[in-house]
Design a protein around this ligand. Structure first.
Ligand code: ARG
Length: 477
């Protein structure tokens, strides 16, 4: 009864061999090898569940767990991931996927006892479980990276003290702000990214094992055994959903995309600030590159690559969305195509966070130039109009009077604070001596004295509050 598919996990009903090209083409082992740690953890949990159901004796369970641990040991915790992968893949050219590979390897370790492991389970629930475990780890790594970046942002915000910069709307200078205030804007974004990741982790932390191929395990398994062995909160509630759901992956790539958009905006601003035209930033040499052609160049490759790599995150999210949207319930092989984008997102994020915190800490702002840019060009015009409203002038009128004063200043090459009281009073009798104190750089900052505003004491408080949130979130770990 044997046939050429005999080494497969499904050979019984087949008489014809697989087309050799198709066979190679449909394999996922060349990329899903990296799920080996998850596959072994899930298989060990399943072994405990079937032992509890009477399929394995205690001695057999022990033998199986030892065998699985021996297979896992082929995947060193440290070392070059790609090299490890290349060696694992080359070692088993016949393995269809990671599930097949583990079974073949377990057979080498413990012989025919290995053939009992697949009792009461299906690869459909296995891949769903392995991927959840992978995404859960990727979320934990991303949270660690985000926290490290937040710590770096807070550090440089604190170091910047009361240093100022212009803020921009429409990329036109708007009002002066503290450099720390601008940096804390990114802290806010990164904090939202943390909560999105953590939220996704909470929602996905359910165990598909015991869902079978589609309709639930054919053994009366206690599904809580595998769930708790793997650190899941509970078993998933519906077998059809559990074997075909990839929301957890989609939420992860979606949260990663938003995070990528944030980091990309930061990268774009720094790229812009480092130009001679802005001159706000000396790029750290340790994170810049030169030009092979133009000897004078120092290029912002780090920020450009961050901007570029955030595109990959978005791409992965689109790939997954399109992959899933037309699939009938439950498992379809299309889902195999959803693995690589998730791996790529995890790797891309890990790469970004391997450089971003150190780069952030190495930033040196040219505070003198930023101050000149913040202190000239009528960035105090709104503060000036506000001064008039305190004198009882309706804001709409105040806006117009200050607009006229700005026009006059532009024509005579002077800032608002450089006009004489007599000149100002041409635009309104409400101007008094106290006007000059209300349009200094400090007063212009401090008049934004609201929660979330750039008044100096508000920003100092905001830095402390951010620090405290960071230490609380790290303690929650
Ligand atoms: N390699 C497969 C995947 O990634 C595992 C599940 C296979 N299931 C099946 N019914 N063929 O999706």
């Amino acid at each position: 009864m044997s046939n050429q598919n005999a080494s497969k996990m499904w050979s019984g009903r087949f008489r014809e061999p697989l087309n050799a090209t198709f066979e190679q083409w449909q394999r996922s082992f060349p990329f899903d090898w990296r799920l080996l740690p998850q596959e072994i953890a899930a298989s060990s949990a399943h072994a405990r569940a079937i032992a509890a159901a009477g399929i394995l004796t205690d001695a057999e369970l022990k033998q199986m767990l030892d065998g699985l641990a021996a297979v896992a040991a082929r995947f060193p915790a440290s070392g070059d991931l790609q090299q490890t992968g290349a060696a694992i893949v080359a070692s088993s050219p016949g393995a269809e996927d990671i599930h097949h590979f583990s079974e073949l390897e377990l057979h080498k370790e413990i012989g025919d006892l290995a053939l009992k492991l697949h009792t009461g389970r299906s690869r459909n629930e296995q891949i769903a479980t392995d991927m959840r475990l992978f995404v859960r780890d990727a979320i934990d790594n991303t949270l660690a990276g985000l926290r490290e970046w937040i710590a770096a942002l807070i550090e440089i915000a604190e170091a910047a003290q009361d240093a100022v910069m212009p803020s921009y709307t429409h990329l036109q200078r708007a009002e002066p702000v503290l450099i720390a205030h601008w940096l804390l804007a990114y802290v806010s974004m990164a904090e939202r990214d943390c909560t999105r990741m953590a939220d996704c982790r909470k929602r996905m932390n359910l165990c598909p094992l015991g869902s079978g191929a589609i309709a639930g395990a054919t053994l009366a398994l206690d599904r809580t055994i595998a769930a708790s062995a793997l650190g899941f909160d509970a078993p998933t509630p519906n077998s059809m959903d559990a074997t075909s759901d990839r929301d957890f992956a989609l939420e992860f790539t979606s949260a990663a995309s938003i995070l990528g958009i944030h980091i990309s905006r930061f990268a774009e601003e720094l790229t812009l600030h480092s130009t001679a035209e802005f001159g706000f930033l000396d790029l750290p040499e340790a994170f810049s590159t030169g030009s092979s052609a133009m000897p004078q160049k120092k290029n912002p490759d780090l920020t450009e690559l961050i901007r570029g790599k955030s595109g990959r995150l978005l791409g992965a999210n689109v790939t997954l969305s399109v992959l899933i949207k037309g699939l009938p319930l439950a498992y379809n092989k299309d889902l195999q195509e959803g693995q690589e984008p998730v791996f790529d997102v995890a790797d891309t994020l890990a790469g970004m966070f391997s450089v971003l915190p150190a780069f952030t800490r190495a930033l040196r702002f040219r505070e003198d130039r930023m101050k000149v840019a913040a202190d000239t060009g009528y960035l105090n015009a709104m503060a000036a109009a506000t001064y008039l409203t305190h004198k009882g002038v309706p804001f709409r009128k105040a806006h117009e009077k200050i607009g006229n004063a700005v026009r006059f200043g532009l024509e005579s090459g002077r800032e608002l604070g450089e006009l004489t009281l007599g000149e100002l009073q041409e635009f309104g009798p409400e101007f008094g001596e106290d006007f000059f104190a209300s349009v200094t750089l400090e007063a212009t900052l401090d008049c934004h004295d609201v929660i979330g505003g750039t008044a100096r004491h508000r920003v100092a408080e905001a830095v402390q509050a951010a620090k405290q949130r960071l230490s609380l979130s790290s303690n929650e770990e």
